[in-house]
Design a protein around this ligand. Structure first.
Ligand SMILES: Cc1cc2nc3c(=O)[nH]c(=O)nc-3n(C[C@H](O)[C@H](O)[C@H](O)COP(=O)(O)OP(=O)(O)OC[C@H]3O[C@@H](n4cnc5c(N)ncnc54)[C@H](O)[C@@H]3O)c2cc1C
Length: 376
């Protein structure tokens, strides 16, 4: 730490994963941090998150690793299955990345942990603060998610586009003691991801392609029967899981492209405000956590704020563009139909049988990334 951030006023708009992680990283470097959050309380809808090692390296560097491990499960594997439930391939995380920590955590527990840690580092979190334009003062960090007001200030008005994907999310009780693995069931035009969470719970995310999205809201409570009907053809444990759903929310997955302009020397965007993604690489929160660390480190090291913000942009842009593109490709791969689906599943089965390390090795570029080891 250089001391360059000592007593520097920083205002962060948004108390999500990006804003709270940045608040902790900056307060630990002695900045005077205020977070403005429009919601009247720090609360999260029930849902799970997978946190991969590239995010965990930052969580550890912030001194939150032990607490995070206490509220999460270590993921052993990712199983790819077809509609019937039969295994197509298995990415064995323990075998092929034994030193890495893939965690399964309830989003609400993660946000509570980050908010408590930010407050104890001296961050002021002000609730019920809807920000329309960048506030006056020192550095402004736009961590205000997909419909970011700070992004609009930097890039002009852009309308998010519907990605033709909708996602139901639900958490169900699961006392079966199932192994901590993420399971992905791939069907034509839809897929379902599930994994257990601490406390006898199981997270479900069920994605369906849909050409029309006419609801006004972008996320709302839905009838669990709609979810059951959409996935009625799925086998294995899926019917039992879906029977257990008593409450579900549905999201229309809207996106912008990666923002053209991330910063203007005074304001800077991080997390979904800068680069919203489809959730099919499970990297949105992970990218937000990487951003938070790297932004704080650039500001700590930079000779001046505009140079530091430029450096942040140049360090992050190609990585997040690569991840967003990989998530888009997964959307296609998971939902294949007909002969393409047969060919892709056969290739996966063969790779699983003859070169299982290769399947996971394709993602080394993603999981090996170490924000903490970058020299600033
Ligand atoms: C179905 C689904 C599954 C996912 N699974 C994973 C996963 O497994 N792993 C993973 O890493 N990621 C996952 N993600 C992505 C991840 O949830 C997001 O990328 C991440 O939460 C983005 O964090 P953020 O802080 O940038 O934005 P947000 O979480 O959207 O937070 C923005 C905050 O800003 C506040 N705000 C907004 N506008 C204003 C304003 N004008 N004034 C003041 N405050 C404002 C909001 O209330 C909110 O608190 C998933 C996403 C979806 C939809």
């Amino acid at each position: 730490m250089s001391g360059a951030l000592r007593d520097r006023p920083v205002t962060i708009v948004g108390a999500g994963v990006a804003g709270l992680t940045a608040a902790i990283a900056l307060a630990r470097r002695d900045a005077r941090v205020t977070v403005l959050e429009r919601a009247p309380a720090i609360r999260e809808l029930g849902a799970g998150l997978q946190l991969s090692p590239n995010a965990m390296r930052v969580i550890d560097a912030l001194g939150l690793g032990e607490a995070l491990r206490g509220i999460s499960l270590r993921s052993n594997a990712v199983q790819l299955r077809d509609t019937s439930g039969a295994q197509v391939a298995k990415l064995d995380l323990l075998r092929h990345r034994p030193d890495d920590d893939f965690r399964l955590v309830h989003r609400a527990r993660l946000i509570e942990l980050l908010a408590a840690s930010a407050r104890s580092a001296g961050v002021e979190i002000r609730l019920s603060q809807e920000v329309a334009t960048p506030p006056e003062g020192g550095l402004i960090i736009g961590a205000d998610g997909l419909r970011s007001a700070i992004r609009t200030a930097l890039n002009g008005r852009e309308v998010p586009f519907f990605t033709h994907q909708t996602a139901w999310r639900a958490v169900i009780p699961d006392a079966t003691g199932a192994p901590p693995e993420a399971q992905v069931f791939m069907g034509p035009g839809r897929h379902l991801v599930s994994y257990p969470l601490v406390g006898g719970l199981r997270n479900l995310v069920a994605v369906q392609e849909r050409h029309e999205w006419q609801e006004e809201g972008w996320s709302h409570e839905d009838d669990p029967d709609h979810l059951r009907r959409a996935f009625a053809a799925f086998g294995g444990p899926v019917p039992e899981w879906l029977d257990a759903v008593t409450e579900t929310h549905i999201w229309g997955l809207f996106r912008h492209d990666v923002a053209r302009r991330w910063q203007d020397g005074r304001c800077v965007l991080i997390g979904d405000a800068a680069h919203p993604t489809l959730p099919f690489m499970a990297q949105g929160a992970a990218m937000a956590i990487e951003d938070a660390w790297i932004l704080a480190a650039c500001l700590d090291a930079g000779p001046d704020q505009p140079t530091a913000l430029n450096r942040f942009d140049s360090l992050r842009r190609s990585r997040v563009e690569g991840i967003v593109a990989a998530a888009n490709a997964n959307a296609r791969n998971y939902h294949l139909t007909g002969p393409l689906r047969f060919a892709a599943h056969t290739a996966l089965r063969l790779a699983h049988r003859f070169a299982p390390g290769h399947l996971l090795g394709r993602f080394d570029w993603l999981y090996d990334y170490d924000s903490v080891a970058i020299t600033f």
